[in-house]
Design a protein around this ligand. Structure first.
Ligand code: NAP
Ligand code: HSE
Length: 431
């Protein structure tokens, strides 16, 4: 039986997992496709680097032409990451009539709609299950299982590195740098971990999810994005005291006339499912108009979980190609430009941290600025100070629901009022 030949673009954490999975399950995979899956060539940067032992070193090349120019290759698997040269390679493969499997959310967030258009034009598939949620089959659920419904909201813990770091910082008291080093050592972080900790990776994933959940072509640069650098140890402590856990969330809402997309740390009530998704686990909570709530959870990063998604895509596109249905699944993805709700119009409850000089009238100034902006305080705690006037103290306020624009106006007034010993910190509460 003629094998389906695969060209691997990249063989790092994910690519190594793909090689291992293809080898471990070779017989079963061949049965489900109706032909063996054969790795034809593997493109890397550094030929001398140590790789998984299952990889046949004779297949490794640093010459892109040796892979992209190999007419015997049926399916390309892009697991190299980044935009350049990955974008050009993916385009070239599709122009040559080959389906592509990718786990590259950055590429998809920045150029996904154009690449999907190209795939449709060429009658090939562009499959990307590994790009969001590692081993969680969220792309298939949105594209296929919920095809008959309309998603109206989603909340996701979609960055394994941030979730792992927040968990370790909260539970083991690790510092930021130590936590990021651990996430890197476990293969969760991007080649540039700034993409994880500054929220960009989660924003890229949210844009990919928005394509499927809301049928939206979104300019990724316009998604309000915050990472986890500003979350301080004291915030974990206060969050716990108020009955919350801090999570890094990607949030989407369909408001009909506009969609709301944002990525930031959030206080999540401790007794809700997302608050209990820890370590590298990811979870995506969806709400379908007809379906109601649905929660998907699993390992969101790392070699083998991601390889499970990538190889599942390989099976799909290989089967589609063999049965003459290449491109059918990709054609089903419908997208249109949809306006984004400005962050200032979003509404939430807020956790506010102030480091202020402990002097008479300080509380009144905080409450006054918030009140003037129409923001109502729900709870307040003050810690430290020891009774001496002027010593910095921590004050944490929880607000009732407010409009973000009003809240930032109040914080601006407070920051310039002379009462604050440090810039106020805001964390949204997600209920
Ligand atoms: P990685 O460990 O850094 O591996 C990247 C691979 O691509 C390496 O083999 C590298 O070669 C090769 N490569 C990079 N640039 C190249 C170039 N210009 N020419 C030739 N080869 C090049 O990255 P990864 O963690 O496997 O991630 C791969 C992709 O999957 C990324 O898009 C990432 O966002 C995505 N992803 C990762 C995870 C995860 O948990 N790691 C999960 C889901 C999705 P060398 O080995 O020679 O350096
Ligand atoms: N760096 C990513 C994360 C890999 O930590 O979630 C999975 O996409």
């Amino acid at each position: 039986m003629k094998p389906t030949r695969l060209g691997l673009l990249g063989c790092g954490t994910v690519g190594g997992g793909v090689i291992q999975l293809l080898r471990a399950n070779a017989e079963y995979l061949a049965q489900t496709v109706g032909a063996p899956l054969e790795v034809a060539r593997v493109l890397v940067r550094d030929p001398a680097k140590e790789r998984v032992p299952e990889l046949d070193r004779a297949l490794v090349t640093t010459d892109p032409e040796a892979v992209l120019g190999d007419a015997s290759i049926d399916v390309f698997v892009e697991v190299m990451g980044g935009v350049d040269p990955a974008r050009g390679y993916v385009e070239r493969a599709m122009r040559a009539g080959r389906s592509v499997v990718t786990a590259n959310k950055m590429l998809l967030a920045l150029h996904g709609p154009a690449l999907l258009d190209l795939a449709v034009e060429k009658g090939v598939d562009l499959a990307f299950e590994g790009s969001v949620g590692g081993g969680i089959p969220v792309i298939r659920v949105l594209r296929d299982a919920l095809a008959s419904d309309w998603v109206i909201r989603l909340e996701g813990i979609v960055n394994g590195t941030c979730n792992y770091m927040l968990t370790r910082m909260r539970e083991a008291g690790l510092g930021f740098d130590e936590a990021v080093r651990e996430a890197q050592a476990k293969g969760y972080a991007e080649a540039d971990p700034g993409l994880d900790v500054d929220g960009h990776d989660a924003a890229h994933k949210l844009v990919v999810l928005a394509i499927l959940a809301f049928g939206a072509r979104v300019d990724a640069a316009r998604v309000p994005t915050e990472g986890i650098r500003a979350v301080a140890p004291i915030d974990h402590r206060f969050a716990e005291r108020f009955g919350f856990t801090i999570k890094h969330l990607a949030i989407g809402r369909d408001h009909g006339d506009a969609i709301e997309l944002r990525v930031h740390p959030a206080l999540v009530p401790r007794d809700t499912p997302l608050a209990n998704v820890n370590g590298v686990l990811n979870a995506i909570a969806l709400e379908g108009r007809a379906l109601g709530p649905c929660l998907l959870s699993g390992r969101g990063a790392g070699d083998m979980p991601t390889a499970v998604s990538v190889v599942a895509d390989v099976l799909d596109v290989a089967r589609a190609r063999r049965s003459g249905f290449a491109g059918t699944a990709t054609r089903a993805i419908q997208m249109q430009k949809r306006p984004l709700l400005p962050l200032g119009d979003a509404r939430a409850r807020y956790y506010l941290h102030f480091l202020v000089h402990d002097r008479p009238g300080v509380l009144a100034r905080l409450a006054g600025a918030l009140g003037d902006a129409g923001v109502s305080i729900e709870q307040m705690v003050q810690e430290g100070g020891g009774g001496s006037s002027g010593v910095p103290v921590d004050i944490v306020l929880l607000t009732h629901e407010a409009r973000e624009r009003d809240l930032t106006r109040a914080l601006d007034v407070i920051a310039h009022s002379g009462v604050a010993a440090a810039p106020p910190r805001l964390i949204r509460i997600q209920e």
